[in-house]
Design a protein around this ligand. Structure first.
Ligand SMILES: [Ca+2]
Ligand SMILES: [Ca+2]
Length: 324
């Protein structure tokens, strides 16, 4: 019995020594000999992430531990996979590779991995790594009916939430509000929902892959003043408006939509109402006859009635020569 125990200890010691030697030999040239890659750089939530270790040198490389890679959040470097490694000596010959598949399940928190940046690194001290990103399976986009808007006019912001993933997604809302709009100016956020009341009710939307859910919100970017309870017109100028889905924390449009609030009649937003604005009306004259060469233009439709005609020209006339 004693001899067996001794033998066991000796073997373990030998194995550890062998592994230390192996690490030293390989780590000297690891970056030239081995490579870690992922099959994609961007994955949607739930998609399999395949990480491959390849021997790109011309010598056999012994490796201790399987898998010999680990995935982490980035930049926090919290491990997500795998929690358990096999204590195994194996290796890769020249040109050989080994691939591991991660199903995006965080084995440490025992929850699906959150969208964000991740990195896969080797566990052997070789300094190899590959970055990848997990993006939400829902994409929020926003369009507007016009982006040069006479002050006071309501703008139609159409928000569309699309399932770009491979699985059904259910979004739960806690009130009758589904979306919101916001912009930031002078150290303050202003929201479409400010000063509005929503019914408290719980409802769900389930989107199959490729399906979308859409709503149009109207807003003139007026700012709600909590003290007076009034909606105050913002200054003329350029605003960057973000869309959000209130049922999905963090679901925001990838970029803001630029809106320029102008003096009525300044359809080209160059701060003066003059002949150049009249020229824009002619170019977009609609429905004619004859139609303007550029066809209907929403920004030229100053009064937003679906036509670019004498009524829009009259607004330019009324503000002729004014600047802001
Ligand atoms: Ca102008
Ligand atoms: Ca019009």
């Amino acid at each position: 019995m004693e001899r067996k125990a001794e033998l066991g200890i000796t073997l373990t010691a030998l194995l550890i020594i062998t592994m230390i030697i192996t690490y030293n030999v390989v780590s000297a040239n690891a970056e030239a000999l081995l490579q870690i890659t992922t099959d994609k750089s961007v994955y949607v939530v739930g998609e399999e992430v395949k990480a491959t270790l390849k021997n790109i040198g011309d010598a056999y490389i012994e490796i201790g531990g399987y898998p010999c890679v680990m995935m982490y959040t980035y930049p926090d470097l919290e491990p997500v996979w795998p929690k358990i490694f096999a204590f195994l000596i194996w290796g890769l010959g020249p040109g050989e590779s080994e691939t591991w598949t991660w199903n995006q399940y965080n084995e440490f928190t025992e929850n699906p991995a959150e969208p964000g940046m991740y990195v896969v690194r080797d566990t052997q001290g070789w300094g190899l790594s590959a970055d990848f990103e997990i993006i939400p399976d829902l994409e929020l986009t926003m369009t507007v009916n016009k982006d040069i808007v006479p002050i006071g006019q309501q703008i139609d912001f159409t928000l569309t939430l699309t399932n770009i993933g491979k699985n059904n997604v259910t979004i739960t809302f806690g009130s009758s509000q589904a979306f919101d709009l916001s912009y930031y100016t002078k150290t303050k956020w202003y929201r479409w929902s400010d000063g509005k009341y929503f019914l408290h009710l719980v409802w769900e939307v389930t989107l199959k892959p490729g399906e979308n859910f859409s709503q149009t919100l109207q807003w003139n970017l007026y700012q709600y003043n909590r003290t007076s309870g009034k909606f105050i017109p913002p200054e003329l100028g350029t605003y960057s408006v973000w869309g959000t889905c209130v049922g999905m924390p963090g679901a925001t449009t990838a970029s803001p939509t630029r809106i320029i609030l102008v003096l009525p009649g300044d359809v080209n937003a160059d701060h003066i109402v003059d002949i150049a604005d009249a020229a824009v009306i002619s170019a977009h004259w609609y429905p004619g006859p004859p139609e303007g060469p550029l066809g209907y233009g929403a920004n030229a439709d100053i009064d937003n009635d679906g036509n670019v005609d004498i009524a829009d020209a009259a607004i330019i006339n009324a503000h002729w020569g004014q600047s802001w």
